[in-house]
Design a protein around this ligand. Structure first.
Ligand code: NAD
Length: 476
């Protein structure tokens, strides 16, 4: 049975309660897990607070050295961790390997910053004084993670937090705790001091983290409704929050675009991780001249995405993570079809005994989806893509921005002026021009509008795990 990680303890829930983690491809139980609650979070917060006293005072280059060693050790275990992720989440082994690798790389990327980000010297009018702006870690940080990219999204929070000298109470989604435990355990084996990262498990631990008085900052990746609840609760304790929430990324393809490149990026962007990604091409607007050709290429690519158990070599798309998630996407497709949409590819569940016990769905492409349909107005968190003809860039930009969300966006064109307009006018925290929607370590990532605020990745993320303090030195 899995246990929580609280300082040196590998512990059950204080209540003794447990729950089962099941494989989305087979329905089989993968492991039994403690169902933690407020007393467990309290223990973890106390442990993190104790560890903060020493971790925050280490010389920054020493902290960097420890983190690099721990990351290298964890990276040596990618092949062991990847199947755990596939079994609990459903994604293919290739996707799990990439994700586990990204976890270790992210820790190393932020370790590099630990001794390189500094404060400022400020001249003051009175020359017998001078000012400094110093950066200090915040304290104990809470990290709350969803199930779609359990490792990447945990690393996005843990890596900058601990590199900057903070300590963490981490809560994976209740359905995907096991690969996270394996990654943190590997960091600890690699020399990360106990208590610096503590892992609590179970649905109830989320709210307990947000309300705990010792926890000073909350970073959440999750849905927009959860983000609103977390922000309201965090306000009671005047805590800092970073909210990476839902998205419905538009992609505009103009007549002069490289449609081969666009088709590849859109197909990966929509169907990677069985479409369960915050950053994903979720609404596609294509100019008339290339519409038919692009649609044909997208269908050809979708037809190669064989659904299957992620552990099997020939599977190109795993199942959806839960029955509820699949039902939601199916309802969104049904709503579009009832409004007159045409299913160009997929639209149902794959058939065969190997699919009977899992939450499988076909990659799906629809056209003529009516205005106001759920696929345009809501986040589609699964492998279904609505595609729409546009006359020109003006129409594309108008439709792209007609969304409550503002996470990612992309534009495909060889016209510099059109690309520039896309960059300036698309209402999103990220715009890719003729490029695959990948969140790079080097660039700050985060949303606008109902997609949240605050940044992960980049120096900006590191800075958000520090507080500035002004100092005046006098008497000189
Ligand atoms: P969710 O909001 O249901 O849960 C996310 C996490 O928050 C889980 O660990 C959950 O237990 C916890 N949680 C739920 N209610 C809470 C509360 N009241 N207080 C504290 N914690 C609480 O989301 P999900 O279904 O796990 O994930 C899918 C959603 O995440 C989608 O909307 C997706 O777009 C979003 N997402 C966003 C990004 C991004 O970077 N913007 C990345 C991935 C996923």
């Amino acid at each position: 049975m899995a246990t929580m990680i609280i300082e040196g303890d590998r512990t059950k829930a204080a209540s003794g309660k447990t729950y089962e983690v099941r494989n989305p491809a087979t329905g089989e139980v993968v492991d039994e897990v403690p169902a933690g609650s407020a007393p467990d979070v309290d223990k973890a917060a106390q442990a993190a607070s104790k560890a903060f006293a020493t971790w925050s005072k280490l010389p920054a280059n020493k902290r960097a050295e420890i983190l690099h060693k721990a990351a290298q050790h964890m990276l040596g275990k990618v092949e062991q961790i990847a199947p755990i992720l596939t079994k609990e989440q459903g994604k293919t082994l290739l996707e799990s390997r990439i994700e586990a690798q990204r976890f270790g790389e992210n820790i190393a990327w932020f370790a590099d910053l630990a001794d390189k980000v500094h404060g400022q010297h400020v001249r003051l009018p009175d020359l017998t004084t001078y000012g400094l702006v110093i950066r200090k870690p915040i304290g104990v940080c809470g990290a709350i993670v969803p199930w779609n990219f359990p490792l990447t999204l945990a690393a996005n929070k843990v890596a900058p937090a601990i590199a900057a000298g903070n300590t963490v109470v981490l809560k994976p989604a209740s359905t995907t705790p096991l690969s996270t435990l394996a990654c943190i355990e590997a960091l600890l084996e690699g020399g990360l001091p106990e208590g610096v990262v503590n892992v609590v498990l179970g649905q109830a631990t989320g709210e307990a983290i947000v309300s705990h008085p010792l926890i000073r900052k909350i970073a959440l990746t999750g849905s927009t409704p959860t983000g609103k609840k977390v922000m309201a609760r965090a306000a009671e304790g005047l805590k800092k929050v970073t909210l990476e929430l839902g998205g419905s990324d538009p992609c505009i393809v103009l007549d002069d675009a490289d449609i081969e490149g666009a088709a590849k990026a859109i197909s990966i962007g929509r169907f990677f991780n069985c479409g369960q990604a915050c950053l994903a091409v979720k609404r596609l607007y294509v100019q008339e001249g290339v519409y038919d050709a692009l649609l044909e290429k997208l269908v050809a690519r979708a037809s190669k995405l064989k659904p299957g158990n992620g552990l099997e070599k020939d599977s190109r798309m795993g199942p959806m993570h839960t029955d509820t998630q699949r039902a939601e996407v199916e309802a969104q497709i049904k709503d579009a079809v009832e409004g007159g949409a045409r299913v160009v590819y997929g639209g149902g569940r794959p058939k065969g005994p190997e699919y009977d016990k899992g939450w499988f769905i076909e990659p799906t492409i629809l056209e003529n989806v009516p205005d106001g349909a759920r696929m345009w107005t809501e986040e589609v968190f699964g492998p279904a893509l609505p595609i729409r003809r546009i006359k020109d860039l003006d129409e594309g930009l108008r439709l792209a921005n007609d969304s409550q969300y503002g996470l990612g966006s992309s534009i495909w064109t060889t016209n510099m002026a059109a690309a520039h307009r896309g960059v300036q006018e698309l209402e999103a925290g990220y715009t890719w021009v003729n490029a695959l929607q990948i969140a790079h370590d080097e660039l700050p990532f985060g949303g606008t509008k109902q997609s949240g605020f605050g940044k992960e990745h980049g120096v900006e993320a590191y800075l958000q795990y520090t507080e500035e303090k002004s100092v005046v030195y006098g008497g000189i």
